[in-house]
Design a protein around this ligand. Sequence first.
Ligand SMILES: NC(=O)c1ccc[n+]([C@@H]2O[C@H](COP(=O)([O-])OP(=O)(O)OC[C@H]3O[C@@H](n4cnc5c(N)ncnc54)[C@H](O)[C@@H]3O)[C@@H](O)[C@H]2O)c1
Length: 355
Amino acid sequence: MKIKSKIKDYNLEFIENSLQKKDEIFSKINFRKPCYFIDKNFYDIYKNDMDAITGNDFVVIIPAEESNKSYIKLADYFRALVENKFTRGDLLVTFGGGILQDISGFIASTLYRGIKWMYFPTTLLAQSDSCIGSKTSINFDNSKNLIGTFYPPDIIINDATFSKTLSPEYFNSGLGEIIKFHLMSDEKGYSLLKKYLACPDLRDNAYFKRIIKSTLRIKYSYFKGDEFDSGRRNLLNYGHCFGHALESATDFRVCHGEAVIVGMGVANLVSLRRGIMSKEKYEEFESILRRFYPRFDIGKVSVDDLIYHLGRDKKRTGNDLTMILSQDAGKQYKYDDIKENEIRSIYNEFTGNYK
Ligand SMILES: NC(=O)c1ccc[n+]([C@@H]2O[C@H](COP(=O)([O-])OP(=O)(O)OC[C@H]3O[C@@H](n4cnc5c(N)ncnc54)[C@H](O)[C@@H]3O)[C@@H](O)[C@H]2O)c1
């Protein structure tokens, strides 16, 4: 898959069992020497293969925690590279999910005003969503993703086999984004989603690679003409306005894609009550989402906390709250007139229905 970008065009290649194909993969890019940023859990699981790949090269192992994606930690990452005489001719190679991607992308875009970067997304969320689209984000104090740049990798190696070792929560988290993109797609995309979700084993079936590719294609169709997120790409925040607030209000105990699933449920209920979505459509979408609602008592999350975090949404422009509401598959619209009281009453209704 070739992706056009105002920063630099880049390639995404689907390669299974990539850890056994180092020479083939590294010959795709010109560089002097590699340096690796690797997710700690990923390293622990794939230690033998990773040791064989990295050999005597410089490696930084980073636990995938939001606190490591903070501006305070950036100095450590810059220092590690500079002290190890990393030059502009060298290559940063990252193995990890969205946290490692965000850290690496920010470092790659700012060190020496831009270095070469190869990315192996290792979570389902990163493989099917975050690896493309150029965003890099760093947390500032208690605010998530407040600092950032646009900078894509030079090459993405997408190996679907990595998803086999993900925990159920993080697999569902990836599914949350997969579902969102297909609810934002056309009839063809929506019907592929239904076929995929009907498979008994969602990690291992004939549709798994297809659904990842299809998710990436749908995402590309949204940001192609709006890489810097000033128009159509905004719609991809379907489920995110409330989802981000839920992540913050639970101190990130609900992971991103799972929070997006709940966020879509809340947005759909607002859409139903405003008469934007029909009851039939609401029930159809709800039957898809309900299967993947996180096992977390969201009734315990205070609505005041949620409203506080909704009010801090970066995308907000006026006094009221902003949400992407949905009418049907592929029919999502941005509303800037959501009232606090409306959210309070919808949230009460939603938690009453939540199972
Ligand atoms: N830049 C973007 O466009 C973008 C988009 C969406 C989300 N994000 C960011 O991504 C982050 C979330 O990323 P994520 O959901 O990919 O998860 P993550 O990076 O937080 O990793 C999730 C967990 O899975 C583990 N893990 C990673 N790969 C594994 C594997 N193959 N097998 C077993 N365990 C593995 C990690 O160690 C971690 O415990 C958030 O910080 C979010 O803000 C960025």
